[in-house]
Design a protein around this ligand. Structure first.
Ligand code: CA
Length: 506
């Protein structure tokens, strides 16, 4: 029998309604529980009488204080909870509960494209980098012609992608914040799925000059890899120059072949978007289980989204592998606190109307569910905005939580993306496969041609966290090897790249 609700932790005085149609007044189970009003699916029901001022517990953690009495069997509405203050960043325990290493999974491999810089791609794509938005429509035009006129002759290249974005000029390029979008674009341009070598289209007069973008990788910018539109004679010749350069690169890319590579070359970025109250009990724990498997196989797996980690930071700093990593984690939280404060944003800025419709009352509840993606391994490293991850194992890579900005920034380090969703999002990226995991079966059924893995089976008792975790792990290896494609790849859903720019626009 499907349970009426899920209680995550024994101490919780709340349950999450499982029934797709919601709880009806009078619904009861064999524990003596009876519902006293209609409560929608994925919203919270009181399992004990809760007094005014008493803590409301989920995951064994305080998600709020009741601002009115709530009787057993009644709906715990968003407005009946006061949000607790965020954990102080000044006296957090660091490295006090470092998880022991799990037994390694030996010999896990995938079929990947090895690059001369030592990186390994999961796809074989020609990417054309742009230094500034001004050239984007010209490059888009050239890419359309390359795909119809040239690409068919190179069947082992999977796609041609214009790496366009809103950055590059009209910005304070020397301001401290500018370093973030610049290094983000640099690393995306040398992505493993693009063979690690950029092909660049510049305008000529823009602030983000190619030399600034690739200051540490100048040898790759010999003439044939760089086209300046202001040096060309008119539009047709500009397009022809891009097409000639693309053809040379396509010939090289077409010779690439997949070879068997250690799973240590996988780097999987984890993100959630359109979360609901189920996310923290179904898809995110299943992803966390798969994350532990990836760590055991020697891979890199990373979670991000500072504002969705901030309120659960006291549960993460004890897992830092050493003091340095713990302090780096706290420094990323402080940086973002200041960033939000300077923008006049408060903590109510994060949960979306969809999150709240899905039963998430506030950022504390959202964060506690979000960090389940990070599994149970020690946190082996922390990487700041736009930098490429160097460590293996579980890493925190700081990014905003905004789906497309986080995804853009995670591209710096990932060759495969796992995205969990409760409300549903058709989000996808051009440069890496995006594996979609749903929190509810109803979403997986409604969006049967968008969701790759249904973790909602965990709520209804049809599968365990371990079973879905293993299923996801095997699917990741199949997708990384090109044996399977994700739905977003099937449909070609490519969100715009949106580099995070905390610097001033002029
Ligand atoms: Ca997100």
């Amino acid at each position: 029998m499907t349970p009426l609700y899920i209680r995550v932790h024994l101490s919780d005085n709340t349950g999450i309604v499982v029934e797709p149609e919601g709880l009806k007044p009078g619904a009861f189970d064999d524990t003596g529980f009876t519902a006293h009003e209609a409560i929608p699916q994925s919203h919270k029901v009181a399992l004990r009488p809760i007094q005014k001022g008493e803590t409301v517990l989920r995951y064994g953690q305080v998600i709020g204080y009741a601002n009115r009495p709530i009787e057993t069997g009644f709906w715990i509405r968003e407005d009946s909870l006061d949000t607790p203050p965020p954990p102080s960043l000044d006296d957090l325990p660091i490295s006090t509960a470092v998880p022991a290493s799990l037994p390694p999974l030996e010999g896990v491999t995938f079929e990947g494209f090895q690059n001369s810089d030592g990186s390994v791609g999961t796809r074989n794509i020609l990417g054309i980098t742009t230094t500034v938005q001004c050239v984007a429509p010209t490059v888009d035009y050239a890419v359309r012609r390359i795909k119809t006129e040239i690409l068919p002759r190179f069947p082992d290249v999977e796609d041609v992608v214009a790496i366009t974005h809103g950055y590059g000029c009209g910005v304070a390029i020397d301001a401290p914040g500018a370093a973030i979008p610049i290094r983000t674009l640099k690393h995306i341009s040398t992505h493993p799925n693009l063979s690690g070598r950029p092909l660049v289209v510049s305008l000529g007069c823009e602030k983000l000059q190619p030399r600034r973008l690739f200051s540490s990788a100048l040898p790759v910018l010999e003439d044939r890899n760089l086209i300046r539109l202001q040096d060309e004679y008119g539009f047709a010749e500009s397009v022809a120059a891009i097409m000639r350069a693309a053809e040379i690169r396509l010939e090289e890319l077409d010779r690439r072949r997949r070879t068997t590579c250690s799973a240590a070359h996988l780097s999987v970025g984890l993100q959630c978007g359109g979360s609901d109250a189920f996310s923290g009990v179904t898809c995110n724990p299943a992803v966390g289980f798969a994350a532990d498997l990836l760590v055991r196989a020697g891979a890199t797996v990373f979670f991000s989204e500072v504002t969705e980690v901030r309120d659960a930071i006291h549960l993460l700093t004890p897992r830092a592998i050493n003091q340095k990593v713990g302090r780096a984690l706290i420094a990323e939280m402080k940086w973002y606190d200041n960033y939000l404060a300077n923008g006049g944003a408060d903590r109510s800025a994060n949960p979306t109307p969809g999150n709240k419709r899905g039963g998430l009352s506030n950022i504390v509840e959202k964060a506690l569910g979000s960090i389940a993606k990070a599994g149970s391994s020690a946190i082996a490293g922390v990487t700041t905005h736009g930098e490429r991850i160097k460590e293996k194992g579980l890493v925190f890579a700081a990014t905003p939580a905004s789906d497309f900005i986080c995804g853009t920034q995670q591209l710096v380090s990932m060759n495969l993306h796992v995205f969990t969703t409760g409300e549903g999002s058709p989000y996808g990226l051009a440069l890496v496969p995006v594996v979609k995991v749903s929190s509810r079966t109803a979403l997986a059924e409604k969006w049967h041609d968008l969701i790759d893995i249904d973790a909602g089976r965990i709520a209804t008792g049809k599968a365990t966290i371990e079973q879905v975790g293993w299923e996801l792990f095997r699917f990741i290896l199949d997708v990384a090897s090109g044996r399977k494609k994700t739905w977003t790849e099937h449909w070609g859903l490519h969100n715009a790249l949106v580099p995070f720019n905390p610097g001033p626009v002029t």
